[in-house]
Structure formats: C-alpha cells, structure tokens
Ligand binder design. Structure first.
Ligand code: PBG
Length: 323
C-alpha cells in the first residue's frame, strides 16, 4: 500500500528499467518472407507494401547472404506465378524445375546455413486464387491435401528445411508427414499455419502474388475471427498429426490466441505479422503521423510478450539493423 509501495520506483531510471526488462527481441526471433518472380535481374516494387520488393531467383543469393550477415536465420519463400502456369489443380506446384524448386536450390547452394521455409498452398498456382482445388464453387479437401503433400515433398527434395502449409485444409499435416516419412525425409520440419483466420489483413500480400480469390472468400477453410476456442482445437490436432511448429496468423489482432496457445501447448509458436499490418504502419508513418521505428519495435515486442517464439515479419530486415 502507498507509500510503502510506490510502483514508479522500479521505473525511475533507464538502467533500472533495462535490468528489469522481461521481454527481448533478437535476430533469432525472425522469419523473413520473400516474394520470388521469374526472369533475370528483376526486382519489382509492390505498391501496397512500400519498401518491399519481389525479386528473381538470380538476385536471391546476394539478398539472402545479406540477411544472413545481418544475423537473420530463416526465410519463408512465396512465388508469384504467371497466369498461364495456373490451373485448378496447381500442377505447376509439383514441377521439379518450377520457380519455388529453383529458388530453394539456389539458396541452399549459396547460403546453406540459412533455414529455408516454403509456403505450401495452392493459391499462387490456382486459376481461382484459392488454396485448394475447386469444384462447383466448393474447395475440395481430400483431393487438395493429396496435391499439398506432393508439393511439400517436392520442396523437401530440393532442400527445404521447413515446409509451411498455409492452406487450412483438414488432415494435411498427417498427409504431409506420411509423405515425408515414406521418402525417408525424417528431418524435414513442418511449420503448420494451425490457427489461420480468414482476414482482410492479407490484402497487400494478395497484390504481391496476384493471388486474390477469383470468387467468394476463404471462410470455408480459414477460421472465423469471432472465435477463440477453435484455435486451440485446430492447433492440438495439427500437433497430433505431426506438426513441429505451429502458427497464429494474422498477428497483432490475435495476441490473445498466441497467449492461449502458449498456455495450452508445448510446441514452438510462430506468429505472422501479415502484409496488412506492415502496410498500415508504413502508410501512417509516410504521412508523418506515427514514429515508424518505435511502433515497429513496440508491435514486435508485443508478439514476444504474448508468447511467440518466432515472428514472420516484413520488418525483419529493418529491425535486424537496429537491435
Ligand atoms: C496463402 C497465404 C496468404 C498469406 C500467406 N499465405 C494469404 C491468404 O491466405 O489469402 C498472407 C500473408 C500476408 O498477408 O502477409 N496461402
């Protein structure tokens, strides 16, 4: 009771505050998403993601070396496929010489220590822009996970360390795990987007990959943002099926979910600070309305405070330079 207890005592100097700091950001916390395009020596700006570019495979090595030298240890690859390679079944996703496959090999050759994570979902390859195979306006589950398991295998065979299914079909983790085991790929890690919500925060990402759904939305497979308990159920099931790392996505609006998982499960938890979160901060700071770096740090720290072990973030490179 006051004046015996004065809460402000422990905040009275910066040294004391640092001594008592509970949460830290480190280079080891981050996963860097990268957008890859066809062509040579090509780098394209993404209008809705200021400061973030897509790049061709030949430019990757230099970029990834640079990230490694900054102390970053993991990248997460996404590909932008031209429309004439898209179909309903995502056949191009299985092309052993496809864009993703070439990118993985290129990076594992030039920076072998960098942990290469790959997106496993059909949307960049789908003529409908959906994460699965479409039939009569519905997204088929079991047919889709057949393709996804082969896609994950194809990435692992090229050297991917971590496959990251972001599709939210049921049973895909078990299917992928079995496929990897049967190919003796015992050490391939599965990072499951286990609690992924149907979110409007993904807009700029869909611009980046030209992958917006051609009809409808993703609410029959991604989770309803009005719900909380479902996240724990989904995540526990993915762990039973063989996931090694689980994920909550989007990030900042879902810190309660990160905390729920922290309390309910023991696996490493990743959080994805998604494109819309990035773009909002960029836009407001471009207008001079907020302090970019301070808000970036505050938001990223809050993921750690909520319980995330890893953070996929478009700010990874920027934050790595200032911590
Ligand atoms: C698709 C996928 C999406 C993101 C990652 N993987 C978009 C979606 O589900 O429509 C979003 C990432 C971001 O917004 O930064 N499988």
């Amino acid at each position: 009771m006051y004046p015996i207890h004065r809460n402000r005592r422990l905040r009275s100097s910066e040294s004391l505050r640092i001594l008592l700091q509970e949460t830290y950001l480190s280079h080891n916390d981050f996963i860097v998403p990268l957008f890859i395009i066809e062509g040579n020596n090509r780098e394209e700006k993404i209008p809705s993601m200021p400061g973030y570019n897509r790049m061709s495979v030949d430019l990757l090595s230099k970029h990834v070396k640079n990230l490694w030298n900054l102390g970053l240890k993991a990248i997460l690859l996404f590909v932008k496929i031209s429309d004439n390679f898209k179909d309903n079944k995502g056949d191009e996703a299985l092309n052993p010489d496809g864009l993703m496959q070439r990118a993985i090999k290129e990076i594992k050759n030039s920076v072998p220590e960098m942990i290469v994570m790959t997106d496993v979902a059909l949307d960049p390859y789908s003529s409908y822009g959906h994460d699965g195979i479409v039939e009569e306006g519905k997204i088929l589950n079991d047919e889709t996970i057949d393709v996804l398991s082969k896609m994950a295998l194809s990435h692992a065979l090229c050297g991917a360390d971590v496959v990251a299914p972001s599709d939210m079909m049921d049973g895909r983790i078990l299917k992928i795990r079995k496929e990897l085991e049967s190919a003796n790929l015992y050490d391939t890690v599965i990072m499951s987007y286990s609690a992924k919500y149907a979110s409007s925060f993904y807009g700029p990402f869909r611009d980046a990959l030209n992958s917006a759904p051609g009809f409808g939305d993703k609410k029959t497979y991604q989770m309803d943002f009005r719900n909380r308990k479902e996240a724990v159920i989904e995540t526990k099931r993915d762990l039973e099926e063989g996931a090694d790392i689980v994920m909550v996505k989007p990030g900042l609006a879902y810190l309660d979910i990160i905390r729920d998982l922290k309390e309910e499960i023991n696996a490493p938890i990743a959080a994805y600070q998604v494109s819309g979160e990035y773009s909002m901060l960029k836009a407001a700071s471009e207008k001079g309305w907020i302090d970019h770096d301070q808000i970036m740090i505050e938001q990223l720290l809050s993921f750690k405070r909520a319980g995330a072990n890893l953070i996929a973030s478009y700010f990874a490179e920027e934050i790595a330079k200032i911590i």
